[in-house]
Design a protein around this ligand. Structure first.
Ligand code: HEC
Ligand code: HEC
Length: 239
C-alpha cells in the first residue's frame, strides 16, 4: 500500500510541476479529478472506495444510479454540508475520507490532495452559492411496508449492486469485504436472536457504520432511499 500512496504523490508532483498556464487552477483541478476517481487516495489497504463510488458529478445523478451521497455538482459553495452538520467543505470531505475510505488521518488543509480536490469541486460548481441539501437520518429503526418486487430489483441494481455484486453470488462486487446479499442474513437469527432479519438489514442501510453498527458502508438518508423503495428492496430480497 505504501507504493500506491507514493504513486499518488508522484502524480501530484508531475501534474503540479507542468503547470505553466500561469493560472494554476486547471492542472490542480485535473489532478483533483484523478484523485476523486482513485481509491488509492486513501492509504488503507482495506479501502476500495473512491469518491466516485458514492458521488456523481453531473447536475443530476445519472439514470440508473441511486447513491447514498448527493451529486457534487455545485457542492463547493453550498451553505453547509451533511444537513448542516458540517460548515466547512474540507470537513465534509474528510468525514467521508475517514469514515468510509478508512483514511487514517483527515487530509490536512494545505496538502496537495485537499487543495486539488477543492479545485476540482470548484470546477464543477458554477453557482457562486447553493442551498444546503436536506439530509434526514432515520434514527429509530422500525419495519417498513413491503413493496413491489420488480421495483425492489431495480433498487438493488441501482443502489446496492455496484458494491455488493449480483444477489446470491456477489458476482462483480467491488470488494470481497462487501457481503453477499441476502445470504449474509442466514446467520442473523444466531447473531441477533429474537430480532427479525429485516430489521437488522434496515438498521445497516439506515445507519451504515454509525449508531454502534461498525463497518465502512455508507448510510442512506430518507432523501437518498425512501422507505417505499427500501420496502420494495426487502421484498426483492425476500426478507
Ligand atoms: C462510501 C460512500 C462515500 C464515499 C466513498 C465518499 N462519500 Fe462523500 N458522502 C457520502 C454520504 C452518504 C454523504 C451524506 C449525504 C450527502 O450530503 O451527500 C456524503 C457527503 C459528502 C459531502 C457533503 C455534500 C452535502 O451537500 O451535504 C461532500 C462535499 C462529500 N461527501 C465529498 C466527498 C469526497 C470529496 C469524497 C472522496 C474523498 C467522498 N465524499 C467520498 C458518501 C460517500
Ligand atoms: C459503497 C459500497 C456499498 C453500497 C453502495 C452498499 N453497501 Fe452494503 N456493505 C458494504 C460493505 C463494504 C460492507 C461490509 C462492511 C460493513 O459492514 O460496513 C457492507 C455490509 C452490508 C450489510 C451487513 C452485512 C453483515 O455483515 O451482516 C448489509 C445488510 C448490507 N451491506 C446491505 C446493503 C444494501 C441493502 C445496500 C443497498 C441499499 C447496500 N448494502 C449498499 C458496501 C456497500
Amino acid at each position: 500500500m505504501k507504493r500506491a500512496a507514493w504513486g499518488v504523490v508522484a502524480l501530484a508532483l508531475a501534474l503540479t510541476g507542468c503547470d505553466d498556464s500561469g493560472d494554476g487552477r486547471v492542472p490542480a483541478a485535473e489532478y483533483g479529478e484523478v484523485l476523486f476517481n482513485d481509491s488509492r487516495l486513501s492509504e488503507s489497504g482495506f479501502n476500495s472506495f473512491s469518491c466516485a463510488t458514492c458521488h456523481a458529478t453531473t447536475p443530476t445523478a445519472p439514470a440508473g444510479r441511486m447513491d447514498s451521497g448527493y451529486t457534487l455538482y455545485d457542492s463547493a459553495f453550498r451553505e453547509s454540508w451533511w444537513g448542516g452538520f458540517e460548515t466547512r467543505l474540507l470537513d465534509a470531505v474528510n468525514f467521508c475520507y475517514v469514515n468510509f475510505m478508512r483514511g487514517v488521518t483527515p487530509l490536512p488543509k494545505d496538502s496537495p490532495q485537499s487543495r486539488a480536490l477543492y479545485e476540482y469541486l470548484v470546477s464543477i460548481s458554477p453557482s457562486p452559492s447553493a442551498p444546503a441539501r436536506p439530509f434526514t437520518v432515520v434514527k429509530d429503526i422500525v419495519e417498513v411496508t413491503r413493496g413491489d418486487v420488480t421495483r425492489g430489483q431495480q433498487v438493488y441494481v441501482e443502489a446496492c449492486q455496484s458494491c455488493h455484486g449480483e444477489p446470491h453470488t456477489g458476482a462483480g462486487r467491488l470488494t470481497e469485504l462487501a457481503s453477499i446479499l441476502p445470504e449474509v442474513t442466514n446467520d442473523y437469527d444466531t447473531l441477533f436472536p429474537g430480532v427479525p432479519k429485516s430489521l437488522v438489514v434496515i438498521e445497516k442501510v439506515r445507519h451504515g457504520q454509525f449508531f454502534g453498527v461498525g463497518g465502512n458502508m455508507p448510510l442512506y438518508s430518507l432523501e437518498s432511499l425512501s422507505d417505499e423503495d427500501l420496502g420494495a428492496l426487502l421484498a426483492f430480497l425476500a426478507l
